[in-house]
Design a protein around this ligand. Structure first.
Ligand code: HEM
Length: 430
């Protein structure tokens, strides 16, 4: 039997092979489960937007409830709608802009901690940095130790997710094997720390501008007028912590990889950040003045989309492109495939940050590019991610150049998100 890990590494090859063989709608079966892989942007839109009511999230995400409870990623129907309404104001443009200072400060701290000539794992470095950013922007500066503690417990708990595609997973969850015990301990630590912070905040009545403060103050004006219970706050903060940091870390790590292999693009990136910032830290207002840097981040998410597969489960049979798609099957749309499709992209495998002009973006077919998904389940943190990506690249890029380390073998590691595997890079001061 092939190991689960080997299977995971082959996932990208599998989806590419399926598309090559079957075109825009590939079908295959594993045991009793029927899979469909949809590659055409029009059909992607059909699934994520036009006919979204026909679907629930796929089984793999439903299993994530063991950790995330009924947070935004995992909840469904009216409950999801209400939670989304409650959380939305915390992600408004001006709220996100108010967090830019924290993002730049933590990126600068990472830049200060690096040493010339050191070799680092770029994936791990970016993960550490975005975890700190998520902790600080969610819970505020005053609770950095607790935020670190939550980050560590979350990393431990994530160990469980590597078992997500194991058919024995539901059974393993119940057995007292070491990994399960570790998971339960990590989850208890997470719950205790978050609930303590929520409780302290409620009792102090303090109104802080971090995301937790905004979620605590949220009221469902369009609905019942109520706010979130402690359990809901626990689920939402943990979901945002998790959904928000690893995805962005991957996109940043791949950005460094792509820049290091494309000296001309790297030179233009440096010229832009040096010209606009002249050595100072970037703020929210600078993002718009850094279009090439934005293009770097956009290209990294095009070529290595952190959410490389997005899954849904149809509640009933439906027709797609002349086929009957069965209820309870798994329908997958893949930014990895669509973002590399030569029907929609010139030189799709080339890293060209300059392709992201407003005119070219406007001319793209809808859903030829969808790193943040679409429809009512679209990423709530998209604006945050763009801000974080651009400011972190600009802050680190002003001081450091990352070079591929000798013998490094970078490879996409398709786990829950598309991690940057083997991305060992040499730090060179600029
Ligand atoms: C490069 C960074 C990111 C990428 C590529 C990304 C991608 C995605 C995608 C594809 C989805 C939709 C999944 C689906 O339809 O099944 C999603 C949902 C979500 N993301 Fe992100 N994300 C990123 C950053 C963030 C950040 C920074 C946050 C929060 C601060 C965040 C919070 C969420 C939440 C809460 C959901 C669930 C939304 C809902 O269903 O209502 N994400 N993300």
């Amino acid at each position: 039997m092939r190991s689960t890990l080997a299977f995971r590494r082959d996932v990208l090859g599998l989806v590419e092979g399926m598309q090559r063989r079957y075109g825009d709608l590939a079908r295959w079966r594993v045991g009793t489960i029927q899979f469909y892989l949809v590659a055409h942007p029009e059909w992607v839109r059909d699934i994520l937007v036009t006919r979204h009511r026909l679907f629930t999230k796929s089984r793999a995400l439903q299993r994530a409830r063991v950790l995330l409870g009924e947070g935004l990623l995992t909840s469904e129907g009216d409950f999801h709608l209400r939670q989304r309404r409650l959380a939305q104001p915390a992600f408004h443009r001006e709220r996100v802009a108010a967090l830019a200072g924290e993002i730049a400060a933590i990126s600068a701290r990472t830049a200060e901690g690096w040493r010339a000539g050191e070799t680092v794992d770029a994936g791990r470095e970016m993960n550490r940095m975005t975890l700190a950013i998520a902790g600080r922007t969610l819970f505020g500066a005053a609770v950095e130790d607790e935020a670190d503690e939550i980050g560590r417990a979350l990393t431990d708990a994530l160990g469980l997710f590597t078992r997500l595609s194991n058919p024995l997973a539901p059974l393993l969850d119940r057995l007292p094997v070491p990994a399960t015990r570790r998971f339960h301990r990590a989850r208890e630590r997470l719950d205790a720390t978050i609930l303590r912070m929520v409780d302290e905040r409620r009792r102090s009545g303090e109104d802080r501008p971090d995301l937790l403060g905004l979620l605590l103050a949220a009221r469902d004006e369009e609905g019942d007028g109520g706010g979130m219970t402690d359990a809901q706050l626990r689920d939402e903060t943990l979901t945002i912590f998790l959904a928000g940091h690893e995805t962005t870390a991957n996109a940043l790590a791949w950005s460094w990889h792509l820049l290091a292999r494309n000296p001309e693009a790297e030179a233009r990136f440096h010229a832009e950040i040096d010209g606009v910032l002249g050595g100072r830290l970037p703020g929210a207002g600078d993002a718009a003045a850094l279009p090439y840097t934005r293009g770097v981040f956009a290209e990294a998410m095009r070529l290595f989309p952190p959410a490389y597969l997005i899954g849904r489960e149809p509640r009933e049979d439906f027709a797609l492109g002349g086929f009957r798609v069965r209820r309870r099957s798994v329908v997958l749309v893949s930014p990895w495939l669509t973002h590399r499709d030569p029907r929609f992209w010139d030189a799709p495998l080339e890293f060209r940050p300059g392709r992201w002009t407003p005119e070219a973006e406007a001319a793209l077919p809808r859903f030829a590019y969808f790193p943040f998904g679409g429809g009512p389940r679209k990423c709530i943190g998209e604006g945050f991610a763009w801000m974080e990506g651009i400011l972190a690249l600009a802050t680190l890029g002003q001081r450091w150049r990352l070079r591929p380390a000798a013998g490094a073998t970078p490879r996409p590691d398709p786990l829950i998100t598309l991690r940057a595997g083997g991305l060992r890079m040499l730090l060179e001061p600029r």
